[in-house]
Design a protein around this ligand. Structure first.
Ligand SMILES: *Cc1c(COP(=O)(O)O)cnc(C)c1O
Length: 524
């Protein structure tokens, strides 16, 4: 197998029985072999032709570079091919279904991209005078309006940059509200056992002790356990709805009532809002704070670590503690209230972001809202739920649903009891899906379900694509039950990388490249 200089295979490893057909170039069919960009050896060329600098070098105050910068040089076609080849080594939402439960990996409409690239949005700077960016501010104001309308909440903080960041924003507002009311002694946050890891992590980060709430046999918050744990020491509860088992919390209104009666706030993790958008307004359920992952529900792209946005809607009680900046409509158009403590922002807890948040994400999310309209957004939720229930129904004969009773919301959750005795684990099964051309589902989460397989098809998959996915999973399930263990234990066979030690890959990533032989550095 060819390896690059940091020791990674540069082409798909052939299946064990396929070595007789190893190619001479290292390419596999139409999938090209590709080295690191540093190994391509283009040190002496460049894809751009810049005029000689006209400014005198002394303008740099002695900071003029004296040695070559040491970047590889590629022509435009070489650059394009390099990145296209790399992109083919990984899965992509543009390639096939990406059923990673809890992540809402849906199609991102190209219209959103077009809108975000309009120069009026993409070429502005956060330090520009506000009078010159009135259109951008208006877009933020409209986005805020629709987030408040869709959630039935009176206030929104736009700036948090991810779901987890939004959780922190909401919990800081809750902490400030308690402190302002002389309730600073409340140091406990309750969260169900099925909670996303970010919930307890956020609560702990903000300084709270986290206590778990038990779950019922049908996957919901155990009300008796909740009631027994509420009290004068509890600052808030954090509950996801629909929850991470893909189920609607039937007792949500009662959960809110009990929480408020105990003097605590209700933080709702709204990452799964795409399952209820247009149909349920969390504000009507008694929620005090909820983040919305624009990169999930409103289709601003994510995956691969791209930017996200996690605006937080706040109740009347928490709104005074919202972080700056926020928009006000003054005589001369829109203006930003920037500083906590200044007039109108006396009780703001501070700020979550140096500037004004992820403008590109705001533009995409707003384009998504406008292009769908109220009826379209409602259909988003309906189709997300319909697709998940279709998968649950079609797969339940072969795999074991974790909560067989009743329909699910936007995710179908299976446990691994159906694999018992096959010698195949959830991990093996997921790896074999890669060979079939699908990204694995979320595995071993939520923790309350043994060997969990959490499948979220999203609303943007057609019936044909769902059927293709079902056919692959049913064939794999049959192979597992027929004792074809090798197919699973050795998988993936066809991916550029075989089975990784994922912990080591995350803990000790090899990020440095050193020239093998001293390369002549002569960048133009
Ligand atoms: C995705 C998700 C989060 C975290 O959101 P990020 O944007 O990844 O920080 C929190 N809770 C749930 C239930 C999620 O699905």
């Amino acid at each position: 197998m060819s390896m690059n200089t940091v020791g990674r295979p540069t082409r798909p490893e052939s299946a064990a029985n396929d070595t007789a057909h190893a190619t001479l170039t290292g390419a596999r069919g139409l999938l090209q072999d590709e080295a690191l960009i540093f190994e391509l050896g283009g040190w002496d060329k460049t894809g751009v032709d810049l005029p000689e600098a006209s400014a005198p070098s002394d303008a740099l105050d002695g900071l003029l570079r004296t040695a070559p910068i040491g970047l590889p040089g590629l022509s435009e076609p070489e650059t394009v091919r390099h990145y296209v080849r790399l992109s083919q080594k990984n899965h992509a939402i543009d390639l096939a279904l990406y059923p990673l439960g809890s992540c809402t990996m849906k199609h991102n409409p190209r219209l959103n991209e077009k809108m975000a690239r309009l120069p009026g949005f993409s070429d502005i700077h956060p330090l520009q005078p506000q009078s010159t960016v009135q259109g951008a501010l208006q877009l933020m104001d409209r986005l805020a309006h629709w987030l408040k309308t869709l959630t039935g909440m009176p206030a929104v903080a736009l700036t948090p940059k991810a779901g987890a960041h939004g959780e922190m924003c909401g919990m800081l507002a809750i902490r400030s509200a308690h402190e302002a009311a002389g309730q600073g002694h409340r140091k406990t946050v309750l969260a169900p056992t099925s909670a996303h890891g970010t919930n307890p992590a956020t609560a702990a980060f903000v300084g709270y002790t986290v206590v778990e709430i038990a779950q019922t046999a049908d996957g919901r918050v155990d009300m008796a356990d909740l009631e027994s744990k509420l009290g004068d020491h509890v600052a808030a509860i954090m509950v996801t709805n629909p929850n991470t088992c893909g189920l609607f919390e039937r007792d949500i209104v009662e959960i809110a009532r009990l929480t408020h009666a105990a003097g605590a706030y209700f933080y709702c993790d709204g990452a799964n809002f795409n399952a209820i958008v247009g149909r349920v307004r969390p504000g009507d359920l008694g929620v005090d704070a909820m983040h919305i992952n624009l990169h999930k529900t409103f289709s601003t792209p994510h995956g691969g670590g791209g930017p996200g946005a996690g605006p937080v809607v706040l109740s009347e009680a928490l709104a005074p503690f919202a972080p700056t900046p926020w928009l006000v409509h003054g005589e001369d158009g829109f203006a930003l209230v920037e500083h906590a403590g200044e007039a109108g922002a006396e009780t703001a807890f501070g700020r979550m972001s140096a500037f004004h948040g992820q403008m590109g994400m705001y533009t995409r999310a707003y384009a998504y809202m406008l292009s769908h309209g109220a009826d379209g957004l409602r259909q988003v939720a309906e189709d997300a739920v319909l697709n998940a229930n279709y998968l649950k129904a079609r797969l339940s004969g072969a795999m074991s649903p974790a909560f067989p009773e009743g329909p699910c919301m936007h995710e179908a959750l299976f446990d691994d009891s159906w694999l018992e005795g096959t010698g195949v684990t959830t991990l093996d099964f997921a790896k074999a899906m890669i060979d079939e051309g699908f990204h694995p589902m979320t595995m071993y989460f939520p923790l309350v379900v043994h060997g969990a397989m959490l499948i979220e098809p999203t609303e943007t998959e057609s019936k044909q694509e769902l059927d293709r996915f079902v056919a692959a999973l049913l064939a794999l399930a049959e192979a597992a039950k027929a004792g074809d263990v090798e197919r699973f234990k050795g998988a993936p066979f066809h991916a550029p990388l075989r089975r990784l030690d994922e912990t080591q890959a995350a803990r000790k990533p090899r990020l440095k490249w050193k020239p093998v032989a001293a390369a002549p550095l002569a960048a133009e």
